[in-house]
Design a binder for this molecule. Structure first.
Ligand SMILES: NC(=O)C1=CN([C@@H]2O[C@H](COP(=O)(O)OP(=O)(O)OC[C@H]3O[C@@H](n4cnc5c(N)ncnc54)[C@H](OP(=O)(O)O)[C@@H]3O)[C@@H](O)[C@H]2O)C=CC1
Ligand SMILES: CC(=O)N[C@@H](CCC(=O)OP(=O)(O)O)C(=O)O
Length: 342
């Protein structure tokens, strides 16, 4: 299998390339960059790959479709809304790590992303690839979920699917390391500002709210809204999504425990840890989502703590999981990773 990657100079693209290089079903990887007019050495463009003799090629949809069986786009928001068309028209497989085709309504995309949307037809042709619930098998255009959305949806799924909580009471307090913001420095990610600091950002305006809502409503149409906050924390990798909700009358800790065990039994990348609340370091370096849950009978509140590595389960790792599903490879192929220790 020959695959193409666009966006190798970005954080998610670099991590994706590392995964694909050791994937047993991938024979070759062709890299493409939009700024090039002729081939350039990867080692010159991305010094982290200084021993790699691969050349990066100028971006060309015709070459991509002629020389590969699938293309991964690890590109900034607003890119695939413009570039997806020839692939969709040719029914050529795409895995898109950006948010451009995750929603199904043009006005919703423009409201949350503040950019022109892809066409309605393109939005409708994409499959939302929350890989632990929605198989990408036989799909052609996979919109890989957002990092916060992945941690939050996996943390909420058993509660929402089994109707264990009052759907009007969901509050999510999510925190991310700075690599989630990509490679371009900003005021909030400047070392002096990010280090020794916590910064709440995009209050009630985060672009992952609408994709979370779409999936929650797909599971349970009683969910009308969520309260969702994001905080930038001084670590490089990792997301913790802390989720609170009031349980429905009569629901107890045992029922909640049973729902998580049943939902995640047999899912290789989701580990339910019961009342042992996971920390971010447990999953950094892996494609895992670890979820711990505690119930407070005094307030009738359940709290789920869901952690992922934003660049793996939240981006490149889930993209490879979707790739495995698309081509019927073993779900864990290329993803048998170990936590960075200590
Ligand atoms: N970082 C994360 O944790 C996560 C990121 N994502 C999403 O994945 C995508 C990549 O994220 P990330 O790697 O962090 O972002 P970066 O900003 O680090 O990298 C973006 C990449 O897109 C390329 N690019 C920018 N404009 C264009 C264009 N017009 N045509 C083609 N390529 C272009 C950049 O190339 P150049 O060298 O020119 O800048 C770069 O390679 C984004 O859509 C992001 O929102 C999703 C989940 C998690
Ligand atoms: C820390 C940080 O800034 N994180 C980014 C996550 C972006 C991301 O995951 O990109 P998509 O919108 O393509 O999913 C943010 O909150 O916007």
């Amino acid at each position: 299998m020959q695959v193409a990657v666009v966006g190798i100079t970005g954080y998610a693209g670099m991590v994706l390339y590392q995964l694909l290089r050791q994937h047993p079903e991938v024979d070759g990887i062709n890299l493409y960059d939009h700024k090039l007019t002729k081939n350039e050495k990867l080692s010159e463009m991305v010094p982290a790959f200084y021993t790699d003799e691969t050349f990066v090629q100028p971006y060309s949809p015709d070459s991509i479709m002629a020389d590969n069986q699938l293309v991964f786009f690890a590109t900034s928001a607003g890119v695939t809304s413009k570039l997806s068309r020839p692939y969709i028209e040719a029914d050529f497989p795409v895995i898109d790590l950006s948010g451009d085709l995750r929603l199904n309504d043009e006005a919703e995309y423009e409201r949350w992303y503040h950019k022109p949307s892809a066409s309605k037809q393109a939005l409708n042709s994409a499959h939302y690839g929350l890989a632990d619930f929605e198989s990408a098998h036989e799909q052609k255009y996979v919109a890989n979920p957002g990092c916060y959305a992945t941690a939050t949806l996996l943390g909420l799924a058993p509660l929402v699917q089994a109707d264990l909580i009052d759907p009007d009471t969901i509050i999510v307090d999510a925190k991310s390391g700075t690599s989630g913001a990509g490679k371009n420095p900003a005021q909030s990610t400047h070392f002096t500002q990010a280090n020794d600091n916590l910064q709440i950002y995009k209050p009630n305006q985060h672009q992952h709210i609408p994709e979370i809502m779409l999936e929650l409503q797909h599971w349970n149409d009683h969910v009308k809204a969520i309260q969702f906050m994001t905080t930038l924390i001084p670590i490089t990798r990792g997301i913790m999504s802390t989720i609170y909700a009031k349980v429905e009358p009569g629901v107890d800790a045992k029922q909640i425990d049973r729902a998580y065990k049943q939902t995640y039994e047999g899912k290789p990348f989701v580990n339910y840890t019961g009342e042992h609340l996971p920390d971010i370091k447990q999953v950094v370096g892996t494609n895992n989502c670890n979820i711990g849950v505690v119930y407070n009978p005094v307030t009738g509140t359940v709290m789920a703590d869901s952690v992922i590595d934003n660049l793996l389960k939240g981006a490149a790792g889930q993209a490879v999981q979707n790739f495995n599903q698309m081509f019927d490879y073993q779900e864990t192929s290329g993803l048998e990773l170990q936590t960075f220790l200590p």
